[in-house]
Design a binder for this molecule. Structure first.
Ligand SMILES: CC(C)(COP(=O)(O)OP(=O)(O)OC[C@H]1O[C@@H](n2cnc3c(N)ncnc32)[C@H](O)[C@@H]1OP(=O)(O)O)[C@@H](O)C(=O)NCCC(=O)NCCS
Length: 123
């Protein structure tokens, strides 16, 4: 059975806030994309690109100073693609309570020099 991997732990910084003072969804999404990529590259030596991002849900806001923790788990391995579920937990700056804030699925495709899909395993 696939194992959940802690991939990224990062502090939410003031430069990534929206005008209302909460963290930008785009910043959280980019951390998730990076976490999925770091998880995926253990499966293949091939270059990979993100082909799809699905089922993103922002359950709760992230605030400055929260510690964002991204967990990855492999959900599906195809011929040229791999799908990873990312769960994002925050450890709040105030009180250190943990809460799931976001989740989503990232699919990557292994590509060759010509940028066309290649088998994941031998890539
Ligand atoms: C990724 C890319 C090479 C795929 O090319 P393609 O000709 O569409 O590929 P195919 O139709 O042969 O599909 C390749 C694999 O992707 C999967 N796939 C394609 N579209 C998908 C989607 N929307 N959701 C999930 N999986 C998808 C296919 O199921 C297939 O998987 P499998 O081989 O494991 O069964 C091409 O779409 C591309 O270059 N996209 C841009 C990538 C990019 O710039 N990303 C952002 C920056 S990293």
């Amino acid at each position: 059975m696939a194992k959940k991997e802690l991939v990224i732990k990062v502090v939410a910084m003031p430069r990534d806030i929206n005008p209302d003072g909460d963290m930008f969804g785009g910043w959280i999404l980019s951390q998730m994309d990076l976490a999925a990529y770091l998880h995926v590259r253990k499966h293949t030596r091939a270059r990979v690109v993100t082909v799809a991002i699905d089922n993103i849900v922002f359950h709760h806001p992230v605030f400055i100073g929260d510690c964002l923790i991204c967990y990855a788990i492999t959900e599906k391995i195809g011929r040229t693609s791999i799908t990873v579920k990312i769960d994002v937990i925050v450890e709040r700056k105030e009180g250190h309570a943990q809460q799931q804030v976001t989740e989503g699925r990232f699919t990557f495709v292994a590509i060759g020099e010509d940028k066309k899909p290649v088998p994941l395993i031998n890539g």
